[in-house]
Design a protein around this ligand. Structure first.
Ligand code: CAP
Ligand code: MG
Length: 431
């Protein structure tokens, strides 16, 4: 009998403290099912390709167990002692590691993870949560608006700051750096923070509204801390981190820093599609987002269903529910495991990617008011520029909340910017 079969136990009943994974698995042709799932459980816990003379009972007790198979999905339970509490890097090295390279599997995808209470409580979670962000932004109810200055990189600092001013005074709540704008010679981070702070103060005075900035601190970790301090020096409440390229270690360092500096974290997910897009192999966006909520991001991008980037509607809805609820019930259809979030605050959903005012009603209908809608090209592509694009976006939100169609609202003179936007973009769904 192959030692892998010791990691399969259909009688096993998971314990309250077990860490549970749901995998989609596809055995190599001819490999028996139990040999395949045994390999997944073995290689992600404490087995290997051969019997071990060093194995003792107290070590064997730590093994993971594949305990339920339904079709091409297997549930695997891991004793909590296999993990280092409070360390997302170690969790991923275990259950998002070697197993994805095993020859015995044609494909393997980690669909969802149930983090047990002891593990949930070993992480900070979001510092502010949806209500905390609404409180410091003084936006009690409506969906929030953000924009990325476009072209995404290349603008000088003054050009970037001018777009910021036009967007904030046009009605947007947040400016956001693009994922690949950090500290380039044409737009240095410190200079950008300083000038945008000046524009924010000016825009707040003119509009009477709070304005903030998801300023991108993505860099080597010590440098990220330095940049977070600069953002704080200019009274920005947020920092933005490209969480996949920075990695869990970098994100955990910044979350630790922000606990003291009281800064919120906007999580950009650039690079996620290298492993989330393929429905047969890789890691689901759901598992990634849950891990990010646990580490403690206040915002995270979850897609649009209608924009330019792949984000199926059902996935967006599952992500929103997982980010904002305290308790998520299992759904075999959606490949979602049960998750109790205990003391962890909700993470604010960000919908972005190919959005323009014509698509705002759809997104609000799908996500409700607790969301940040990010429009880059959809604002700076407005025929009358950024300020008009921002006004059009705000007018689209107001019309939608008032139960009006955009066509009806666009007829009113005060919604000229919206009318021009609808004439320009219509209701197209960009690809
Ligand atoms: C959107 C964006 C965001 C994407 C990220 C971009 O710009 O700035 O990075 O939304 O994708 O660079 O494409 P536009 P996601 O508004 O001009 O499309 O939100 O799916 O993580
Ligand atoms: Mg971007």
């Amino acid at each position: 009998m192959s030692q892998y079969l010791d990691f399969v136990d259909y009688q096993y009943k998971p314990k309250k403290d077990d860490f549970i994974c749901l995998f989609r698995f596809e055995p190599k042709k001819g490999l028996p099912l139990n040999e395949a799932i045994g390999r997944v459980a073995s290689e992600s816990s404490n087995g290997t390709w051969t019997e071990l003379t060093t194995l003792k009972e107290h070590i064997r007790k730590l093994r993971a167990r594949a305990f339920e198979v339904k079709g091409e999905y297997v549930k695997i339970a891991y004793p909590l002692d296999l993990f280092e509490l409070g360390s997302m890097p170690q969790v991923y090295s275990a259950v998002v590691g070697n197993i994805f390279g095993m020859k015995a599997l044609e494909n393997l995808r980690l669909e969802d993870i149930t983090f047990p209470e002891k593990m949930v409580k070993s992480f900070y979670g979001p510092q502010f949560g949806v209500q905390g962000v609404r409180k410091f932004m003084k936006i009690p109810k409506r969906p929030m608006l953000a924009t990325v200055p476009k072209p995404k990189v290349g603008m000088t600092t003054p050009e970037h700051a001018k777009v910021a001013y036009d967007a904030w005074t046009g009605g947007l709540d947040f400016l956001k750096d693009d994922e690949n704008l950090t500290d380039q010679k044409f737009n240095r981070y410190a200079a950008r923070a300083k000038l945008c702070a000046k524009m924010r103060d000016k825009a707040e005075k003119e509009t009477g509204e709070k304005k903030d900035y998801f300023i991108n601190i993505t860099a080597e970790t010590k440098e990220m801390v330095r940049r977070a301090k600069i953002a704080q020096d200019y009274d920005f409440r947020y920092v933005m981190v490209d969480i996949v390229t920075c990695g869990w270690a970098g994100l955990q360092t910044i979350r630790e820093h922000c606990e003291d500096s009281k800064q919120a974290i906007h999580a950009h997910r650039a690079m996620h599609a290298t492993f989330t897009r393929n429905p047969k192999h890789g890691l689901s966006m759901l598992a990634l987002a849950k891990s990010a909520r646990l580490v403690g991001v206040d915002n995270i991008h979850i897609g649009t269903a209608v924009g330019k980037l792949v984000s199926p509607r059902q996935e967006v809805l599952s992500l929103e529910s997982e980010m904002e609820h305290h308790m998520v019930n299992p759904s075999e259809k959606q490949k979602v495991l049960q998750q109790k979030w205990f003391n962890i605050k909700p993470t604010l959903a960000v919908s972005s990617g190919g959005l323009h005012p014509g698509l705002i009603p759809y997104v609000i209908k799908m996500l409700g008011n607790d969301a940040v809608l990010q429009l880059g090209g959809g604002i700076h592509g407005h025929p009358h520029g950024t300020h008009a694009g921002a006004m059009a976006s705000r007018q689209a939100i107001q019309a939608t909340l008032a139960g009006e169609t955009l066509d009806e609202a666009a007829k009113r003179t005060e919604n000229k910017a919206l009318r021009e936007s609808i004439e320009h973009f219509g209701y197209e769904r960009p690809i």
